[in-house]
Design a protein around this ligand. Structure first.
Ligand code: ADP
Ligand code: TMP
Ligand code: ASP
Length: 235
């Protein structure tokens, strides 16, 4: 599979065309941003680790019946994925109170929820990814009612699978962000990446944060924490 024209460079990844019009190469960079790129930095080897962790997690989800864009990891920093039209929606699932939910409602981080919370944000850096309601993506014509139903069904299934997967490896899956898209035939797939960049992961034994909050909040030991998650889930 040869890398063709660069079609997009984002904050953490680059997308390249391939000779197959339905397939892209997703390249993982070490660049790290937070607060919609107001804070910028580098996390050494992050691209390698996130590529590897995404491979493992997409593979696990696929094995359990979740359609994902992942086809194959072809190098340390590159994976082959299905080319999709991404819905401009960030889907956030929360199992424990943290981050913007704690801030918005004045709650302590760490409070376990009786049931997971599903939230939707409009994917727009200039607007700082504002929160939207569940009906907005349909109202704006970004997806149909039935696509939203499929998206929610997949999301609950993914959450059950991922919570169990991480728990078995000593990690609490606090919250995370998913992106979905559809291919030229209209089939929906889970897209983007699943890694400590877009998840809050707390070590169960110690409560230690093992995710991008270490970068956002200047907690140190960033590379070590990403490596630890990789060691726990990739072996
Ligand atoms: P951002 O765009 O937020 O800066 P990244 O640097 O992670 O984020 O860039 C990756 C981009 O690729 C994201 O905008 C994401 O929505 C998009 N993307 C992820 N998977 C696919 C896919 N299978 N097909 C097309 N675009 C994708
Ligand atoms: P939040 O608490 O800041 O709303 O974030 C919830 C989860 O979503 C957290 O695990 C980090 C992830 N996330 C992203 O991946 N990208 C984003 O732009 C934001 C705001 C959150
Ligand atoms: N993903 C966003 C950014 O890169 C926000 C975040 O992760 O905190 O700026």
């Amino acid at each position: 599979m040869n890398k063709g024209k660069k079609i997009y460079e984002g904050k953490a990844k680059i997308l390249y065309e391939t000779q197959d019009p339905n397939v892209l190469i997703q390249y993982f960079k070490d660049d790290a941003t937070a607060f919609n790129a107001k804070k910028k930095g580098t996390i050494q080897n992050k691209g390698i680790l996130n590529n590897k962790m995404s491979e493992v997690l997409f593979g696990y989800l696929e094995k359990n019946g979740v359609p994902t864009h992942f086809k194959e990891r072809i190098s340390e920093r590159e994976m082959v994925v299905r080319k999709l039209k991404i819905f401009p929606v960030e889907v956030v699932i929360r199992n424990v109170v943290a981050g913007s939910l704690a801030k918005r409602l004045g709650l302590e981080e760490g409070m376990k929820l009786q049931k997971p919370i599903l939230e939707f944000f409009y994917k727009s850096d200039p607007l700082d990814d504002p929160m939207i309601s569940e009906t907005a993506p349909i109202a704006f014509g970004w997806m149909t009612d039935s696509e939203m139903e499929t998206l929610k069904k997949l999301t609950w299934k993914i959450n059950d699978l991922l919570v169990t997967f991480f728990h078995q490896r000593g990690i609490q899956l606090v919250d995370y962000k998913l992106e979905y898209g559809k291919d030229a035939s209209g089939n929906m797939y889970l897209a983007d990446e699943i890694s400590p960049d877009g998840c809050r992961l707390w070590e169960i034994a110690t409560g230690e944060k093992l995710d991008k909050d270490r970068f956002r909040r200047d907690l140190g030991k960033i590379e070590e924490s990403y490596q630890k998650v990789c060691d726990l889930i990739c072996s």
